[in-house]
Design a protein around this ligand. Structure first.
Ligand SMILES: NC(=O)c1ccc[n+]([C@@H]2O[C@H](COP(=O)([O-])OP(=O)(O)OC[C@H]3O[C@@H](n4cnc5c(N)ncnc54)[C@H](OP(=O)(O)O)[C@@H]3O)[C@@H](O)[C@H]2O)c1
Length: 322
């Protein structure tokens, strides 16, 4: 099912291919966290394009983290194809502004749902109102993310979990489970998990990183968890008409996350949008991980069924679900 391509991304940096000592550099570059050589500091303007979206009139799409960055432009693209887009994020101002913009465009429609994914109660409430307000959900894009990759002190979610793990992974695990009845009822449907090329194995003895925290590893662990969730859920979802994919969108896009790390962009947000659109239309087998538009090999732990089962059990316990 998975491509046999190598597990590192050629697009990141040649150094990561050579030796494990270079992994840190690769992780940071993939996260958009390190300055890159001057020659490559301008975002590329030419890049491969995904096949076009079909007419999405009558379809409903939810994009987490669509008040900014990649998610906002994905929401714009889905609305332009005719979808009703459920915009989510914490910023009411940016959420309302995007809804206004989509409404004025005359293409598609949108509604804003404010939710802080750093609280599992808010995730449950978001799922409840989405289920109440909508008769269908054809596309779920789990995109919201945080990346405090230079931090050496842990941040915690409202539930007391390490922040990267909580927002990037656990919130989306719970949201997906809660929305599944609506998604399955809308099949054929898709669940897209926006991960990253930054992936490090989960240390099941210390998932919350009580010992020797560093932000880079916290980010990379949460991003691998998203890939593992995708592969783990894929077979059962497929039987219900739902396909699921994970992806690295683009390296160092010009977004708030990258700007907060004070790095110059290497990729435009438009490049990342193509990666998400590609996952929405791809005919590759469900569960596939993409490096942008290409099926790719994720970090090895993603293909370990024992590790995936451990993550599933842990996640159910942490979110309080069966
Ligand atoms: N930038 C890159 O080069 C790059 C590379 C690889 C992967 N990625 C991945 O791409 C995704 C999008 O990143 P981006 O670069 O577009 O980031 P961004 O511009 O910082 O946008 C992040 C989005 O997530 C939302 N968000 C953050 N924390 C949240 C929380 N606690 N609750 C609810 N929403 C929250 C933000 O909403 P509010 O501002 O309204 O809170 C915003 O809409 C992330 O998953 C990231 O890991 C990015």
């Amino acid at each position: 099912m998975q491509s046999t391509r190598r597990s590192t991304h050629r697009s990141i940096h040649p150094a990561v291919l050579a030796r494990s000592a270079a992994l840190t550099l690769g992780v940071l570059l993939a996260a958009g966290a390190l300055p890159v050589p001057a020659a490559s500091q301008q975002p590329s303007t030419t890049f491969p394009k995904a096949p076009p979206l079909p007419d999405l009139a009558g379809k409903v799409a939810l994009v987490t983290g669509s008040t900014d960055g990649l998610g906002r432009d994905v929401a714009r693209r889905l609305a332009a194809a005719g979808a009703h887009v459920l915009v989510t994020g914490r910023s009411v101002e940016r959420g309302d502004s995007l809804v206004d913009e989509i409404t004025k465009s005359g293409k598609g429609s949108a509604k804003f749902y404010r939710a802080d994914l750093a609280s599992l109660d808010e995730v449950r409430r978001l799922a409840d109102v989405v289920m109440r307000d909508n008769k269908r959900l054809d596309i779920l894009v789990n995109n919201a993310g945080v990346g405090f990759v230079f931090d050496t002190t842990r941040k915690f979610s409202a539930d007391g979990y390490e922040m990267h793990f909580a927002v990037n992974y656990l919130a989306h695990y719970l949201l997906t489970k809660r929305l599944l009845p609506l998604i399955v009822a809308s099949a054929p449907a898709r669940i897209i998990n926006v991960s990253s090329g930054s992936q490090e194995p989960i240390d099941f003895d210390d998932v919350m990183m009580t010992k020797g925290f560093n932000g880079e590893r916290g980010y990379a662990q949460s991003k691998l968890a998203q890939v593992m969730m995708t592969i783990d859920m894929a077979p059962a979802l497929e039987k219900q008409g739902v396909l699921t994919y994970s992806l690295h969108p683009a390296t160092t896009m010009a977004t708030t996350m990258a700007r907060a790390l004070n790095v110059k962009p290497r990729s435009s947000i438009a490049e990342g949008v193509e990666s998400v659109v590609n996952a929405i239309v791809t005919t590759e087998p469900t569960g596939t991980y993409f490096n942008q538009l290409k099926p790719w090999k994720a970090q090895a732990q993603a293909y370990d069924p024992v590790a995936r089962a451990k993550l599933r059990t842990l996640s159910d316990r942490l979110v309080g679900e069966k």
